[in-house]
Structure formats: C-alpha cells, structure tokens
Design a protein around this ligand. Structure first.
Ligand code: GLY
Length: 398
C-alpha cells in the first residue's frame, strides 16, 4: 500500500473528485474533470474495461431512435456532434487512434412488415426535422452491393457514424493519466459515508481514499456498491448483448462501406465495418442477470439474421464471440448528476447508448463538478426522477 493512500482521511487531503468505474463513461468524466483543473482519482481493478470492450460502437442517435425518447435524442445528437472533435483531441494528446469513422448508416427493410415499420420511423424523423432519406431497395443495393437482393427499402442516415470502443477506451485511459488522473487499479468495496455525505471509498485492502465528491460510474453494478444508502440510486439492471467479430481477409475490397442495420424478427441487428477489416455483428438483448456466457443460440441467431441481410457473410472467418452487460436504468435513460446523497454524483445507466453518450457525459459532468451547475441538457436525466423527497423510496416511472 502506498504511504499517501494509507494516510488519506475521508475528508481533506484526498482527491477533489473520485470516480468509481474506469469504463468509457468513468474515464471521460475523470479526464474532462482533470482538464478543468480538479484533482481527480479513479478506482477500477481493470480500467479501460467494461461494457465498451464488447460494444460495436455504432453512434446512432437517429437510427436507434425510439418513440417518446426525444430528450434522449437531444442528448445523443449533442454527443454525436462532439465526436469528431472529441476523438481528434484524444488522438492529438495520446497518439492513439480511436477508430472514429464518419461512414453514415443504412437502416434496411427485408420484408413488407419491416418496410412499413421503417416508413413510420422515416415519418417520425421528418416530423423531428432529422436528416434521413428514403431509398428504394435498388438504391440501397447500389450503395451496398453485398445486401441481399430482396431488400425492400432503406433509410440512409448520413450522420450516424462509428467508433472502435476498444481503441476509444485505451485512448481515454491514456488521456486521463496524462491529464493527471490518479488511477488506482483496485476494487472499491464500500462507499464511505459520514454525516450523511459521501466522503470516499474503501478498497479491498482496507485503504480509504477520501474525496470531496464521488462519481459513481460502475455500469450495471453501480447500485450494488456496499455503503450506498437506500433510496439514492435505482437498480441499474444488466442487459446482456452477445456480439460477433468477423474479419474480411485482406487485401480486400470493402465488404460494406457503412453501418448497416435492420430489425429482424423484432431484434436489432447491426453490422459495423471497421477500416482495419474487422466486421462486428451485434447484438442480442437478453435480461437474465449477471451472466456473460456466449451461447450457441445467440451466435446462431446473429449469424442467421446477418446472413439474411448480407448473404456473403458466411464466407468470412469468425474470429471472436463475446457478451457484455449494458447498464439499464428503470426508464433506459442515463442517470446523470448529483444524487440525493450529498457528495455523490451519478454517471451510469446509459443502457444501449454508453459509447455514443461518452463525450457529452464527460463534458456535462465535468461542468457540474467544476462549477456546481448541471447544464440544462442533462436536466431530464437527474437521478432524482426516481427518488421520493424524503429518500424513503425509489419511484417507478412506469
Ligand atoms: N447500441 C447497440 C446495442 O446496445 O446493442
């Protein structure tokens, strides 16, 4: 144990901000807060890991839009608009590429039902003034010749792009360290609360790291942190996603030039082609607790549906199968900002949108931590929406 760690008291002497969780969200908050001049520490046994290690990295606020989620759309659009600059800054600071590519996305209909659903989505896009263009099946195949001949129609969304979440995580970790974030490769086993205020965390070896503010960014394990008083944070449920990685053998003609997605048998299917020849196919959506087993059924369904969409996919080497856990809040929107426990700030519950929302979450939370004011854009996502005034219960928003 380092002497200065052992000597830290939960008040004073420690960090101004202590982030629990070194996934992309925790790292972005820590990095941005350190850039604002705050003294920042981060705790995670494996920083740079988390759900982003499995995620495909589609940046798709428009093609993943759900009815009734307009505030989330605003947040997603704001984050998407920051992505090019955010990743350019990371690369300039660290020398690491993030795999950000402005490819656009094609959302494809395979049959008459899909076509009707996609036409509804298009009408919704138009009502909201979003950039989304209807293509015939023939026009879609002209853009992506590997699509199945039977494709009925598609939406072309020019501004839904992609990033490589594994590269992004590595760049964020390096940038955070370069900005002075003190990274503790250890497990936070307890939130330290004194006089009804979060004061730091206890690590597995008994060390206490003190801090003025604690940011909880531990994904689907956020609400499980021992010491967290009841009524402060709703459960952040794990939503399993299985995903495949294939490789386009080089030297290769582009197999796909942009993200391609479809709804097949009610499930979201997407293919994300990277510049280095990796092709990611995702993802299942399964609610069955903290299980990350890759199943034959999950792989079969993804390959079956992807084959319907892009028949040539079965020729490609399958190089990896994996499963991760999306952190889902009760309303599937993130929990951002101060909680009912003074000193404790949430940055969790990003569900399907963690990678997309990384830049905007880092910026909004750093502003709140530095200036004490949570920007208006984050207001709909206050964790308070689930908390009764006396903190005696968590509300359901159903
Ligand atoms: N955003 C894609 C997914 O969660 O599967």
């Amino acid at each position: 144990m380092a002497r200065d760690e052992r000597d830290l008291e939960p008040t004073g002497g420690g960090a101004e901000v202590l982030v629990i969780g070194g996934g992309v969200i925790g790292l972005a908050v820590a990095w941005r807060a350190a850039q604002r001049g705050l003294r920042v520490a981060l705790v995670d046994p494996a920083p740079g890991g988390g759900a982003a290690q499995v995620a495909a990295g589609m940046l798709a606020p428009v093609t993943e839009l759900q009815y009734g989620e307009e505030p989330l759309l605003r947040l997603g659009m704001a984050s998407n608009a920051r992505y090019a600059e955010f990743t350019a800054e990371l690369t300039a600071l660290t020398g690491l590429d993030t795999g950000y590519r402005a490819t656009g996305t094609l959302a494809v209909a395979l049959d008459a039902d899909d076509k009707a659903e996609l036409a509804e989505l298009h009408a919704f896009h138009r009502r909201l003034g979003l950039d989304s263009n209807w293509l015939t099946g023939r026009e879609a195949r002209r853009l992506e010749p590997m699509l199945a001949p039977g494709v009925r129609g598609a939406l072309h969304v020019a501004d839904d792009h992609q990033v490589d979440p594994r590269r992004l995580s590595a760049a964020l970790l390096r940038a955070a360290e370069l900005a002075g974030v003190r990274v503790h490769r250890a497990e936070a086993v307890e939130l330290v609360v004194e006089a009804d205020r979060a004061r730091g965390v206890r690590l597995a070896d008994g060390t206490v790291l003190g801090a003025d503010r604690v940011v909880l960014a531990a994904g689907c394990r956020s609400h499980l942190l021992p010491g967290l008083p009841p009524g402060v944070l709703p459960a952040v449920r794990p939503v399993k996603g299985q995903i495949l990685r294939l490789r386009i053998p080089g030297p290769y003609a582009p197999f796909l030039s942009r993200n391609v997605r479809a709804v097949v048998r009610g499930g979201h299917l997407y293919l994300v082609p990277r510049a280095d020849g990796e092709l990611v196919v995702g993802a299942t959506t399964e609610e069955q607790g903290y299980d990350t087993t890759v199943t034959a059924g999950g792989v079969y369904e993804l390959l079956r549906d992807a084959h319907e969409l892009v028949p040539g996919i079965t020729e490609l080497p399958l190089v990896e199968t994996s499963a991760g856990l999306r952190p889902g809040s009760p309303d599937n929107a993130p929990l951002l900002g101060p909680t009912a426990l003074p000193g404790l700030v949430a940055a969790t519950g990003h569900y399907r949108n963690g990678v997309l929302l990384t830049p905007v979450t880092g910026d909004l939370l750093a502003e709140q931590l530095a200036d004490g004011t949570l920007p208006e854009l984050a207001a709909p996502f206050s964790p308070d929406r689930f908390v009764s005034p006396d903190r005696s219960a968590l509300r359901s928003l159903a």
